[in-house]
Design a protein around this ligand. Structure first.
Ligand code: FEO
Length: 170
């Protein structure tokens, strides 16, 4: 049976992942409003990935004998100054999530919960990729700053990111 302290920390992380999903969905909606369907698609897929991260924590907690009590998700920001500011916030958010995951690993080790530590290693690796991707896109967006043709090309490129969850409304 999982320790209450770990259970509480993992439930908090489910909330952080759901908030991440909500934040990226809000960013997707912002891009739709700016007529940037490629960026909107990229953020929608990112939002789906975050939902799956929340599910991964949920499934682990259930299998470890925990009880998941879901909490409210805070309201995401809805407006940004520019494409660049969206990706700057994405990078900052992924760094924040990396710190959350690192804190969870530290807690699992302190509590000698090796199963949870092992489970968390997937997220440790995933966060390296998440931060690196956000850095790369921010770099690309900065390179085309003030160049609408460049932004249009990037937007077209981001249209091709494949979705994870089938969109039944399409
Ligand atoms: Fe679930 Fe992008 O971290």
């Amino acid at each position: 049976m999982i320790k209450k302290k770990i259970e509480k920390a993992l439930i908090k992380q489910i909330n952080e992942e759901l908030y991440s999903s909500y934040l990226y969905w809000s960013m997707s909606s912002y891009f739709e409003s700016k007529n940037l369907p490629g960026f909107a698609n990229w953020m929608k897929v990112q939002s789906e990935e975050e939902y799956l991260h929340a599910r991964k924590f949920y499934n682990y907690l259930i299998s470890a004998g925990g009880r998941v009590l879901l909490d409210g998700i805070k309201t995401p920001k809805t407006d940004w100054e520019s494409v660049e500011s969206v990706f700057k916030e994405t990078l900052d958010h992924e760094i924040f999530i990396t710190n959350c995951i690192n804190d969870l690993v530290t807690l699992a080790l302190e509590e000698k919960d090796h199963a949870t530590n092992s489970f968390l290693q997937w997220f440790v690796d995933e966060q390296v990729e998440e931060v690196s991707t956000a850095e790369q896109i921010l770099h690309e967006v900065k390179m085309v700053a003030g160049n609408s043709q460049g932004l249009f090309m990037l937007d077209r490129e981001f249209k091709s990111r494949a979705g994870i969850i089938p969109d039944i409304a399409e």
